[in-house]
Design a protein around this ligand. Sequence first.
Ligand code: NCD
Length: 326
Amino acid sequence: MVWQRQHVLGLADFTPEEYQIVLQTAASFREVLTRPLPKVPTLQGKVVATLFFEASTRTRNSFELAAKRLSADVLNFAPGISSLSKGETILDTARTFLAMGSDLLIIRHAQAGVPQQLAAEISRRGSPTGVLNAGDGLHEHPTQGLLDLFTLCAHLDPERPRLENLQGVKIAIVGDILHSRVARSDIYALLAAGADVHLAGPPTLLPKDFAQLIPGYTLPIHWQLQPALEGSRFVITLRLQQERMGEYLLPSLREYHHLFGITHQRLQLCHPQVKLLHPGPVNRGVELSSDVMEDPGLNLIEQQVTHGVAVRMALLYLMGGGRIPT
Ligand code: NCD
């Protein structure tokens, strides 16, 4: 198996082999992270720049920690205190980081397509720098999709997380699917693993076109929670992205919780060993009731965060030219 991707912009065209490589490499970094000195010299001398043009807590810090655990030098770009406020364009900002010798650029932007434009410009120049999409508008959030995939596979087989672990496993994705780049990346990853993915949300946040997201495959979509939850082994809940919503998509947060909020009682419908995921940040009492969030036996939310570092280390390592562990 060989890693050939210079840029990771989305999961829509990821191959099963690429998913397996990421799972396998992330598993070996998960082990590194449990050592007394959780650091390896693999990216020593390399420069990793995080360019976050949109707010982030988990993703930015997770990438920064992943790069530092690999011994890279990390440059952090914060738009509020940068030359963007003096009128500089995104591409010129990126050029500055390239001129400083950045080997990897990690970019988040509120507009879909910005990481793709940057990658196209880099390829046009024949530069070997890799671009990693850390979330672009409503389009994709590939590292979240990969860390969710890793968390699910590792839950079912902690020793050897593999794509096959999810074959035929029912997984419900619930909430604001329309505005969620996480939902799109999760759907690509989970369907590649052969999971039985069901989508649920109010019709305003789950348009029926979603059923046709994958050419040649009809995704089951539900405008009620019950059929999605019935027998589900995992439930992935998504934040209501109020910052991306127009005014009239939701009657109220209370109404949403009443119809789609995950509570202990509703989880009775699921598989007896059901586990919950959420990419964070959570609107407590809206997507999940507070007691569900506090129930460590039920949710894998903190594991998602922990695994996020290992998965991002895996990608930075692979994109930085590292060899695939056996
Ligand atoms: C997600 C994002 O930014 O798309 N969060 C994250 O990366 N952890 C989901 C969200 O903001 O709801």
